[in-house]
Write a new protein. Sequence first.
Length: 218
Amino acid sequence: MLPGFLASLARWALGCPLACLTAVADVRDAAAVAQAVDAAIERFGRIDVPFNNAGICAYGLAHELTEPECDAMLDINLKGAWIVARHVIPHMIAAERGVIVNNSSIAGLRGMARLSHYAASKWGLTGLTKSWAIELAPHNIRVVSIHPTGVDTPLNDGLAQMEGLTTIEVAERSAGNLLPVPWIEPSDVAEAIRFLVSDRARYMTGTTFVIDAGLLTR
């Protein structure tokens, strides 16, 4: 995430009834993640809701992918979530509370051509979610995964550039939603997360929460 964006987020937060602590770190860097987590604990005293949202996406047939391309996909999308959780979970266990949200994908519930490495990383998040839910339930910690269809974010711009297409063309080709929309909005994902971490979802854990505009029904 760009430092400029983090700075604008911090400025925005100043106008809200909350505090905002920003950090720049690569989720593959365990030391940097540990430093960010320690800073959050020192500032706020606890971490209630880790949201594993860091991720990348790129196309490639399985037999044409390079090893560095495959490693980057798995290390950022999957191992990065584990690195974050590894540093946050002890604090959550000590507090006997909290909800971990893993941002998987519809690709974490199906196969996708030219995205096998991406799908593998997202299926991995589904497995982590269900396994952590079992491990952490005795500590009153819930773990859920969300599975959105394509979301209207700058990630689409990069995919479109790689394919020589418009963002709409990439979204429609990749997703094929049942409802007549090329993608969903970040606010749709945010509202789903707000629900999942609230007391209204207090008995939901190990859950795969789908926000797919009907895609998986096809």
